[in-house]
Design a protein around this ligand. Sequence first.
Ligand code: NAP
Length: 292
Amino acid sequence: MNVTGQTRIVGVFGHPVGHSLSPQMHNAAFEHLGMDWCYVPFSVSPQNLEQALRALPALGVVGVNVTIPLKEGALRAVDEVVPPADLVGAVNTVHRRDDCLVGHNTDVEGFTRSLEERGEDMTGRTVVVLGAGGAARAAVVALARMGASRVWVLARRMEQGAATAELARQASPRSQGAAILWDEEGARRALAAADALINATPIGMHPDHKAAPPIPETWLRAGMLVYDMVYTPEMTRLLEGAQRRGCRAASGLRMLVLQGAAAFTIWTGRAAPVEVMHRALANALKEDCPGL
Ligand code: NAP
C-alpha cells in the first residue's frame, strides 16, 4: 500500500480499537479493486467522540465505522440519521457528505443479508433472541422487517429486554415483541415454541470460547435455525451443539463481512468484493486467535 496525498481515507473509531479486524478486511478490498484508499484504526475515547467526528470534514476523511462503546454516542453526534439506525439507537457507519455527517447502521443490513444469502425465510417465524444490547436491537429490527411474527427477547434485565423487544412492533406492525426473564423456566418455555434462536450476547466469544449460553442442547430441535452473532471462533460451542442436534447453524462471521460490505458501498459508491473481504477477515481471525 502506497499512501500519498491523493489517498482517500476511511477508518474505524473504537475504544479500544486494537482488536478490530476491519482494517484487514477493507484494505484487502481496496487492494483487490486497485483503489487508492486506505482504512485506518483510530483510538477514540467516548469523551473525544464528538470532537473526532467533527474533525472529519477538516481532515477530508470520507467516513468511519464506529464500534463499541461509541455507537450510541455517534447517533447523537451526526447531523443526519438514515433509518433504521434511528430505531436501533446506534450508528456504526458515518459518511461525510461535504461538511454533513450522515449516520447509518449497517449491522441490520449485514444480519439481514446473511440470512437472505442462506435462503432463510423468516416470514411468520417465532424467534428467540438472547441478550438485549446493541446486537440484539439490530437483530430484532431486522427480524421484524423480514416478517418474523413473534420476537422474544431473553434478558436478565427486564427493563432492557422490554425496550429491545418493543422494537419489533416499531419496525413492523405485523411483528410482536416480548421480553422474557432469562432464567431456566423462561428460556425453556421460549425455546419450546421457537423456530429460530439468535445469540446476541458475547457468551462464547474468544478468549471465553469454551463457554456457551446456558441453553441445554436437548432444547434445540432438528431443523431449527441457530445463529450465533459471536464470530471468534467461527464455530462456537453453541453452534457445535446445534449441529449435533441437526439444526441449521449460522456463524456471525458472515454478518461481520456483510455489514462491512454495506459500509464499503456507502463510502465508495461501489459494489464490495464480498468474498475478498470474507477471506481477509477469516485469515486475520486465524492470526489473531491461533488454534481456534
Ligand atoms: P452489548 O451491547 O454489551 O450487549 C450484550 C447483551 O448480552 C446485554 O443484553 C447483556 O446483558 C447480555 N449478556 C452479556 N453476558 C450475559 C450473560 N452471561 N448472561 C446473560 N446475558 C448476558 O454487546 P453487543 O454490541 O450487543 O454485542 C453482543 C455480541 O454480538 C458480541 O459478541 C459482539 O461481538 C457480537 N456482534 C457481532 C456482530 C457481527 O457482525 N457478527 C455485530 C455486532 C455485535 P446485561 O446488559 O445484563 O449485561
